[in-house]
Write a protein that binds this ligand. Structure first.
Ligand code: ADP
Length: 176
């Protein structure tokens, strides 16, 4: 599903964040050590190859809400933006930390003149954030930032299940 909103294209698809050749940057739902891990981080590091961790190592550890940017190596993108989401029920205030992930990722994208970016749903896997609550935070934060975006033209959301995609599509419908 595709929606135009304030000169930006918003897209939501079901798929693998490590296989999104139509975007300049992909966002990693990273761990603090910026290591391979499971879920999104596993898929990204496996597809990018070991050079990604070589670049990540000196940038770690990062704190909840923080984001760092690296090259993408064997991924079909130019950059990976690594965000550490909060562990639900542990890293408080979790809403602020999650919001900061999206805010900081967009800021790094702008600083690097990135035109298109793909986000997974940060913190909603191993870190246990309730999916609907996390989706609202993702949209609220991104929409707050939209007017500040000068380079970004496309924001893509890559969801793992049909059920998760439906929730994102509902938000996109409300934008259109
Ligand atoms: P976190 O540790 O931040 O919770 P996870 O990677 O465990 O991150 O999960 C974040 C979300 O990404 C979950 O909703 C999960 O279903 C989804 N997910 C897992 N693997 C992929 C993938 N390869 N591409 C896109 N989304 C994925």
């Amino acid at each position: 599903m595709r929606v135009e909103y304030k000169n930006l294209q918003f897209i939501a698809v079901r798929g693998d964040i490590a296989n999104q050749p139509d975007v300049d940057a992909v966002v990693n739902a990273a761990n603090a050590e910026l290591k391979i891990g499971g879920g999104v981080a596993g898929a990204i590091h496996t597809a990018a190859g070991p050079q990604l961790y070589d670049e990540c190592k000196p940038l770690a550890p990062i704190k909840p809400g923080e984001a760092v940017i690296t090259a993408a190596y064997d991924l079909p993108n130019d950059y990976v933006i690594h965000c550490l989401g909060p562990v639900y029920g542990k890293d408080r205030p979790e809403n602020i930390f999650l919001s900061n992930c999206y805010k900081n990722a967009l800021q790094l994208a702008e600083e690097n003149q990135i035109k298109s970016i793909a986000f997974p749903s940060i913190s909603t896997g191993a870190f246990g954030f309730p999916f609907k609550k996390a989706t609202k935070i993702a949209f609220d934060t991104i929409l707050e930032e939209v007017d500040e975006l000068k380079h970004l033209q496309k924001i893509k959301f890559v969801l793992h299940s049909e059920q998760d995609l439906n929730i994102y599509q509902q938000y996109l419908k409300d934008l259109s």
